[in-house]
Design a protein around this ligand. Structure first.
Ligand code: PEP
Ligand code: MN
Length: 340
């Protein structure tokens, strides 16, 4: 059920709707976007009668939703959603650039963050905890890496995006990161998604490498249904029969997300291509396709990176690439005002 409040409805009207939903034992999800207020309901085992709510003052319509997607569906917030991370928002019409090394490796993170800020990035990425395919690959610095993330944020002013690989690391990252990444390998980890849903922190949800769009949206639905409205989707490439690329970047998911969901979508061309020479072209293509942002692995000395060295773009090339992305966004979305 999706309850649409009337324009100009009063706060008490909204509070009353919320109380009614709670008194039925269900969970209300209030979304305020572009001057419109809607209340999604989750936790109900079957369809609800719209009359339960349509008699409430301030309610314009109560729409029964029979589709599996409720809170992530486009009609839950038809104008689209933007998610604030640091001083900017993902989904505000501009392009939000998340850049940084695959993993937090040492002190040079702080200088990297400063230079990325100067290059025009909006957030710093870097995993203190890594979900690696091989148990013999670098698994991340762990807790000492958290201190470096804190120092990098303090020195650069950039908000931090970092991955939680399980419940314990989610607890450790929650006070440190400005946005919690749930990686491709964990997109189907529904217990972790529910825990991320209880956080008051934006979540960057990466598409599973063999997940369909419906599965990605339902994974997002887990986070939303647990009470966290701030979810950003991330396309990072899927497995296909192609051998020329680490994964196949499925850029057609960007307009498809727009049709089906109000959630912002960013694109990670680094894990998709696996090769630094190919990252700029696919980052530019992602912005041209309408992505709300990109996440790019950048390293001051790519060949020495402890993780994903082949796909790391040299830090010295970051400023030019970011400038290009902003120019493309300005052309690709001429009607938006605040394109950066
Ligand atoms: C990452 O962003 O460092 C990462 C491990 O990505 P993915 O989960 O998409 O493989
Ligand atoms: Mn990586």
């Amino acid at each position: 059920m999706l309850i649409v409040m009337k324009k100009g409805s009063r706060r008490e009207d909204l509070a009353r709707v919320v109380r009614t939903v709670e008194s039925l034992g269900f969970v209300p999800h209030v979304v305020e976007a572009a001057g419109k207020i809607t209340v999604g309901i989750s936790g109900n085992p079957g369809p609800l009668n719209p009359a339960l709510f349509e008699s409430h003052p301030g309610v314009a319509r109560a729409i029964p939703i029979t589709e599996p997607l409720k809170l992530a569906a486009r009609n839950a917030s038809p104008e689209g959603t933007s998610v604030r991370v640091g001083s900017r928002a993902i989904g505000d019409g501009g392009v939000f650039v998340i850049a940084g090394p695959c993993a937090v490796e040492g002190d040079h993170l702080v200088e990297t963050a400063r230079l990325l800020r100067a290059a025009g990035a909006d957030a710093l990425r870097g995993g203190a905890f890594k979900a690696r395919t091989s148990p013999y690959s670098f698994q991340g610095m762990g807790r000492p890496g958290l201190e470096l993330l804190v120092a990098a944020k303090r020195e650069s002013g950039l908000p931090i995006v970092s991955e939680a690989v399980d419940e314990a690391t989610l607890d450790l990252l929650a006070p440190v990161a400005d946005m919690i990444q749930i990686g491709s390998r964990n997109m189907h980890n529904y217990e972790l998604l529910k825990l991320a849903g209880r956080l008051k922190k934006p979540v960057l949800l990466k598409r599973g490498m063999a997940a369909t769009l419906d599965e990605l949206l339902l994974a997002a639905e887990y986070v939303l249904a647990a009470g966290n409205p701030d979810v950003v989707l991330c396309e990072r490439g899927i497995r296909t029969f192609s051998q020329h690329s680490r994964f196949t970047l499925d850029l057609s998911i960007v307009p498809a997300v727009r049709e089906l969901s109000h959630l912002p979508v960013v694109v990670d061309p680094s894990h998709a291509t696996g090769r630094r020479e190919r990252v700029p072209a696919m980052a530019r293509a992602a912005v041209a396709a309408g992505a709300d942002g990109v996440m790019i692995e950048v390293h001051p000395a790519p060949d020495q990176a402890l993780s994903d060295a082949q796909q790391a773009v040299p830090l010295s090339q970051a400023a030019e690439l970011i400038a290009q992305l902003r120019e493309i966004a300005a052309i690709a979305r001429p009607r938006t005002e605040a394109v950066r």
